[in-house]
Design a protein around this ligand. Structure first.
Ligand code: F6P
Length: 195
């Protein structure tokens, strides 16, 4: 059965500063990861001519996929990170200090909490529907280079996790999650390419 490879972008400058959202470029570690990822994908999918690489429209995913050659790349706005609205670019500590009610509401119900002028996890899950339909239609492998909240939702869909767990699923940086959809269920492997 065809694999789906899920990965977050390489570490971004916002990740280093602890800032959410934004559209920053990669850090030095992120730059290293993009090369390791390209090596991995070129080996893993060397015999898979019809494979494709899907990214979000944010530069950290496009840059991460940059060195992968030989496969078509598709950008999906639906793969963009959860929109943190008025909190975009802040640290969690700044949100806690400056907008304590928002911070508390999110802590109480992270799945349903919607950032002012932004999105909730439920919003993200809903906008992913066309991506999921297209992923299920594919016969060839797909590498999805996206973001933490989005990948939590995709991963949960394919591995049948309950909704309420989604906002807390571990999707670390610099790790490839390979999912096989078979007749007998899902199989998963994780490849940690860097610390
Ligand atoms: O910190 C990286 C990041 O992708 C942010 O851009 C995003 O807001 C966050 O993770 C989502 O994770 P959580 O829902 O745990 O805040």
């Amino acid at each position: 059965p065809r694999p789906i490879l899920l990965t977050r972008h390489g570490e971004s400058q916002a990740n280093v500063r602890g800032r959410i959202g934004g559209d920053t470029a990669l850090s030095g570690n992120g730059e290293r990861y993009k090369k390791k990822l390209a090596n991995f994908v070129e080996k893993r999918l060397s015999s898979e001519r019809a494979a494709s690489i899907w990214t979000s429209t944010l530069q950290r995913t496009i840059l991460t996929a940059g060195p992968i050659v030989g496969f078509p790349k598709i950008q999906w706005r639906a793969l963009d990170e959860i929109n943190a609205g008025v909190c975009d670019g802040m640290t969690y500590e700044e949100i806690r200090k400056n907008m304590p009610e928002e911070y508390e509401s999110r802590k109480k119900d992270k799945l349903r909490y919607r950032y002012p002028r932004g999105e909730s996890y439920l919003d993200v899950i809903q906008r992913l529907e066309p991506v999921i339909i297209e992923l299920e239609r594919q016969r060839a492998p797909v590498v999805v280079v996206s973001h933490q909240a989005v990948l939590r939702a995709l991963y949960a869909y394919f591995t049948d996790r309950p909704l309420k767990e989604i906002p807390n699923i571990e999707v670390p940086l610099h790790t490839i999650i390979e999912i096989h959809l078979g007749a007998t269920g899902v199989q998963e492997k994780r490849y940690k390419l860097m610390d």
